[in-house]
Ligand binder design. Sequence first.
Ligand SMILES: [Zn+2]
Length: 61
Amino acid sequence: MIVFKGCARCAGDLYVEKDVGSTDLVCLQCGYRKSIRTWIDEAPEMRRQEIKEKELQELGV
Ligand SMILES: [Zn+2]
């Protein structure tokens, strides 16, 4: 899954990186990294809905 232009630093594209106990969003262009939970909390409403849906699908919920 990719979040297009989701990076707060460079407006680059973010991809999901899963680790044990956490899921991060990482920027393809600059390496910026943020927990998906934090990103959702801080994201504008429109993006928030977008990523929540995708995240739930991704996790098979
Ligand atoms: Zn970036």
